[in-house]
Structure formats: structure tokens, C-alpha cells
Design a protein around this ligand. Structure first.
Ligand SMILES: NC(=O)c1ccc[n+]([C@@H]2O[C@H](COP(=O)([O-])OP(=O)(O)OC[C@H]3O[C@@H](n4cnc5c(N)ncnc54)[C@H](OP(=O)(O)O)[C@@H]3O)[C@@H](O)[C@H]2O)c1
Length: 561
């Protein structure tokens, strides 16, 4: 071998022959060289890596792959000197000289970069089947908190009996509107487990109560009671984890309908409790329509595995197994955005707010003939008269109405006033309010103030519009409802409701698109300190132009949630 010393090349060749089974006379090879036999370790050499493994999710790769394949087609056309294909890609005349092509190339590149930014913002919630947890028997006393209105439900009695069969000593506590005081509920909790040698956990079935909360009808009773229960647990110091159960608050796949969007609010509240009060938090579990023996065993497994390594704290128990919630990257919509145009009248609730204004401009530029912009202040809202003028100058007819979207009669009047020549074709529900505060200090009244416009507004729109066919029914929700943001329990709950309502509407065959926005730049709720804090945590604000392009893509692609 030219590149290696002869002795080394020969020894290597002999070693290779040896490991391939040839018999080599090693004594002769090593004769006179003072060679000796040494002990080699008999175990396989073990190596451990301490570097994080970078793993791109499949859909992330898909998005990247799609971008790469578009670029690849462009460069292939350049390489082949295929003028026709290149002209088509750049949308120029094939005979156009290079000087004129440069702006087209620049636009092409900018568009590709913007599209890739937008595609990278896209995530969705997915449900991953996980092995049943054979967590063993439950131990200690389990306090099951039940809403008075559902105390006799089969699901409730099945859950209580099932937990007992799986080893728990069950104490039930029935709660009603008189328990909407955290101090008093805390006393009742303490008394309920006073004689228990050890409390294994607390399972709340309060979310099943969807009746309007007395005094705050914009909240389901179950949400108000759950909020009070969390605060009471934080006060009492009962050393046990709280699990909140729902039914039909999530859908784990296409074949399953999300039937109880109101209960989804407890999920968002729970995610914030997990962040702010981890010492008392157990998890969230969505139950099937009926709890048969297998489902009960799965529920017991989930509850008993809480402290274990494979513990999941956001699960759905179904006849087909246990599913865990995951946030995954979502592929870009397949449809060409240019295929969607607004027409007739479009109603924008919160239309005089920061994002409402951006949406209104987009709608008018894309064909809306008449816009109805609503907010409680209407034309009194800062900038509203100027916005109307600007939109009219763009050629649209504009109505700005003072209307609390949570007030069904006021909203019905706005809908009734839509002119016949421009029928209502689409709705963008962007009305909303936000107020941050620790969950342990959030009262039911605080929660109602934040939740009212978003949730009651969405319920009213959904109810008043009924089965009317719409080109789009878009709701502006927030990342706060998806992953839980500290200090935003009520806001998160309101947004989770919007996402769930859209799933529910789509299940009913109606239009629905929910966009859970991250922070927008240049004004709006996330401007100022809140936005700066998010940016410091790695969540930069989205440029409004790109956010609107993302919205257009989502609507054109008939994206759900
Ligand atoms: N800005 C962001 O970065 C961001 C991020 C995620 C999600 N979002 C969501 O996007 C939507 C718009 O946010 P924004 O930043 O534009 O906030 P904004 O500037 O405060 O606008 C909110 C609008 O909603 C109206 N509104 C509130 N409650 C109402 C009610 N009960 N009935 C009718 N109108 C009501 C407000 O006007 P009045 O007070 O006059 O009623 C205002 O016009 C909100 O739903 C928000 O949760 C925004």
C-alpha cells in the first residue's frame, strides 16, 4: 500500500484474515518481537452520549421538505435553462430580460421566506395513543367532588364505584352554588377527609355541570366551582393531587366528535394550575360516554401512575385505549390562498380593536362589500372613526356598531340590520378582554369579566347564526388556551372554549376556523410589557402583515383548529 507503512499494512491484512476466520500462525508473525497476550474486557464497550439529540418531527420535516421541493423546482428550471418553467414560477413574460426579472426574483425570494416563517408558526394539538398504565391499585382515601346537578349521573356513580373496586377508599363531596366561596369550600374539604389516615388524591367531576353559574351566567357552573376548588385546595394544604375529569371536552380523532366545548375551559384552567400550583396539581382526564370496566381500569391506572415515570397528566380515556395530548407541528394548508375571497357582509366583533382593524383592512382588500365592526364602545373607541374613513376610502360600506357581543339581544339586532343586498357571508370573532392575575387570587367575578365577551359572544354567534351556511366562521383564540400561560387562567379558559367550539361546529358540519395566535407586533393585547416578556422567553411578536397572510391561508385552506 502506497499510503501506509508496509509493516502496518501487512499486520492489518493478517488481522483482517484472522477476524474472517483464516488461521494465521501468530507465533511466527510475532517471533522475536517480545509480544505477549493481554486480557481484553469481555463486555461490549459502552458509550454514553450527553449531547441533546435534535429530532425534527415528521410534519416539521414535511414543511421543510415542501419548501425545499419548491426551491428545488426553481433551481432545476434555472439549471435546465427552462425559460417557460422559470417564467411561470416568477410570473413574468418568458421574453423579459434579466434587468426586469430581478424584481420578480426578489419578490419570489421574499415570498418564499415569508411563507416559510408562516409555516413555522403552525402547530396543532394531537392525541397519541399511550399504553394502558397498569398503575396497580389506588391507595388511601380519594375525595371525589361531584356537582349537585349531576350527582345522580351514571358516569358519576360508575366513577365512584370503579375507584372503590380499584382499591380507593372513596369519600364523596357534593358541591353546589353555595360552595362558590373558597374559604367555605376549603372547610368542607378539610372536614371530609379529617378522619382519613392518608388522602390518595382528589378527583373532581365538577366540570360535568354546564348549567350557567348563578350570579355569573356567562360561566358554566362547573368551571366556577372548579376554580373555587383549586383555590380552596391551595388554601387548605391538603396534601393530595387534584385531578379534574371532563366528558366530551376533547376529541382524540376524526371519528370522534367533541360534544362538550364548555368543559374544555376546565382543561385550560388546569394547565395554568399545573404551572402555578404544581404542588396540588394531578392532571386532566377526559372520560368516555360510559365508564365500563375497562375504562374504569384505565382511569385507575392513570390516577395511580401519577407519580410514576411514565405519568401523563393530560389524557383521554376511551374504549380503544388511553390517549395523551401533544402539541405537534402542522403542515401548511394545501389550498392556494388566492382561491378565497370575501364577499357581501362580514361581521368583525372587536372590529375597532387593534387586530380587528387589521382584519377589516384585509377583508376590504379581498372583496368584502360591507363590513360590520362591533365593540362595546363602537365609534367611541379610539381610532374607530378614522378606521371607518380609511375602509370607506378603500371602497367598502362600513357600519360601526356599539354592541356587547355577550348580550344576545344586542347582537341579534346587529345581525338583523345587515342589509339584504349584502347578505352576511362570514364572521370573525375577535372581541375579547384580558386581565392577568395569579389563579389562587382569581375570583369567579374576575373570571367572568374576562370570559364573558369571548365565550358568551361565541355562544351567541353560534346560536343566532344556527345552521346558516357561511364562507367562514373565524375565532381569534390564543396560545394561552393551548399551553396554559401563568397568570392567565381565565383568559386561557376563554380561548380554549373558542377552539373547542370550532371543533364542535365542524363536527356539526358547519364552518369554523380557530386561530390560536401568539403575540402580534405593532399594537393590541400583547403590546408593551407582556409582549416584551414573551419575546425574552423566545416568543417574538408576529408582524401583522404575515399574521394576516397566515390567517388568509388558514381560511382558504379551511383549517379547523
Ligand atoms: N394582540 C395579540 O397579540 C393577540 C394574541 C392572541 C390572541 N389575541 C386575540 O385577538 C383578539 C383581538 O385582540 P387585540 O389585541 O386586537 O385586542 P384589543 O385591541 O383590546 O381589541 C379587543 C376588542 O374587543 C372588544 N371587546 C371586548 N369585549 C367585548 C364585548 N363583550 N363585546 C364586544 N366587543 C368587545 C374591545 O372593544 P370594547 O372594549 O369597546 O368592547 C376591542 O375592540 C382578542 O380576542 C385576543 O384575545 C390577540
Amino acid at each position: 500500500r502506497k499510503d501506509r507503512p508496509e509493516a502496518q499494512a501487512l499486520t492489518t491484512a493478517l488481522a483482517e484474515l484472522h477476524v474472517h476466520g483464516a488461521s494465521v500462525e501468530w507465533e511466527s508473525v510475532f517471533a522475536g518481537r517480545d509480544a505477549r497476550t493481554v486480557e481484553l474486557p469481555t463486555y461490549a464497550f459502552q458509550r454514553e452520549r450527553y449531547w441533546p439529540e435534535v429530532s425534527l418531527s415528521l410534519s416539521g420535516l414535511d414543511a421543510q421538505g415542501a419548501a425545499d421541493s419548491v426551491d428545488a423546482r426553481f433551481w432545476e428550471a434555472v439549471e435546465r435553462e427552462d425559460l417557460e418553467a422559470l417564467a411561470e414560477t416568477l410570473d413574468v413574460d418568458g421574453e423579459t430580460p434579466l434587468r426586469a426579472v430581478l424584481p420578480a426574483l426578489s419578490t419570489y425570494h421574499r415570498n418564499r421566506r415569508d411563507q416559510s416563517t408562516i409555516d413555522n408558526w403552525r402547530y396543532r394539538v394531537a392525541w397519541k395513543p399511550v399504553p394502558d398504565v397498569a398503575g396497580g391499585p389506588l391507595s388511601g382515601t380519594w375525595l371525589v367532588v361531584v356537582p349537585a346537578s349531576r350527582a345522580e349521573d351514571e358516569l358519576v356513580t360508575e366513577a365512584v364505584a370503579g375507584l372503590r373496586r380499584h382499591g380507593a377508599d372513596v369519600v364523596s363531596l357534593v358541591a353546589d352554588e353555595r360552595d362558590l366561596d373558597a374559604g367555605e369550600l376549603g372547610e368542607r374539604l378539610r372536614a371530609a377527609v379529617a378522619d382519613a389516615p392518608a388522602v390518595g388524591g382528589v378527583l373532581s367531576l365538577l366540570a360535568l355541570d354546564e348549567e350557567p353559574c348563578s350570579g355569573h351566567p356567562e360561566l358554566p357552573g362547573g368551571l366556577a366551582l372548579t376554580l373555587t376548588l383549586v383555590r380552596a385546595m391551595a388554601d387548605t394544604g391538603i396534601e393530595a393531587s387534584l385531578w379534574c375529569a371532563t366528558r366530551g371536552a376533547v376529541s382524540v380523532g376524526r371519528s370522534e366528535r367533541l360534544s362538550h366545548p364548555a368543559q374544555a375551559m376546565v382543561w385550560a384552567l388546569g394547565r395554568v394550575a399545573a404551572l402555578e400550583l404544581p404542588e396540588l396539581w394531578g392532571g386532566l382526564v377526559d372520560l368516555p360516554e360510559s365508564l365500563d370496566e375497562r375504562a374504569v381500569a384505565r382511569l385507575a391506572g392513570v390516577l395511580s401512575a401519577e407519580a410514576g415515570e411514565a405519568a401523563e397528566d393530560q389524557v383521554a380515556v376511551r374504549g380503544s385505549g388511553v390517549f395523551a395530548r401533544r402539541l405537534t407541528r402542522s403542515a401548511a394548508p394545501a389550498a392556494d390562498p388566492a382561491t378565497w375571497r370575501a364577499r357581501g357582509t362580514v361581521l368583525v366583533t372587536g372590529g375597532t380593536g387593534a387586530l380587528g382593524g387589521q382584519v377589516a383592512r384585509w377583508l376590504v382588500r379581498n372583496g368584502a362589500e360591507h363590513l360590520v365592526l362591533t365593540s362595546r364602545r363602537g365609534l367611541e373607541a379610539p381610532g374607530a372613526p378614522e378606521l371607518r374613513e380609511e375602509l370607506e376610502a378603500l371602497g367598502a360600506r362600513v357600519t360601526v356598531a356599539a354592541c356587547d357581543v355577550a348580550d344576545r339581544e344586542q347582537l341579534a339586532a346587529v345581525l338583523a340590520a345587515v342589509p339584504e343586498e349584502y347578505p352576511l357571508t362570514a364572521v370573525v370573532h375577535a372581541a375579547g378582554a384580558n386581565a392577568a392575575g395569579p389563579l389562587a387570587e382569581t375570583t369567579v367575578a374576575d373570571a367572568a369579566a374576562v370570559i364573558s365577551g369571548k365565550v358568551a359572544g361565541a355562544v351567541n354567534l353560534d346560536t343566532l347564526l344556527g345552521d346558516r351556511e357561511l364562507d367562514a366562521f373565524v375565532v381569534f383564540s390564543s396560545i394561552a388556551g393551548v399551553w396554559g400561560s401563568g397568570g392567565q387562567a381565565a383568559y386561557g379558559a376563554a380561548n380554549a372554549y373558542l377552539d373547542a367550539l370550532v371543533e364542535d361546529r365542524r363536527g356539526r358540519g358547519l364552518a369554523g376556523t380557530a386561530v390560536a395566535w401568539g403575540p402580534w407586533a405593532e399594537g393590541g393585547m400583547a403590546a408593551g410589557d407582556g409582549g416584551d416578556q414573551l419575546a425574552r422567553r423566545g416568543l417574538p411578536a408576529m408582524a401583522p402583515g404575515l399574521a394576516i397572510a397566515a390567517l388568509h391561508g388558514a381560511v382558504a385552506g379551511d383549517d379547523g383548529v
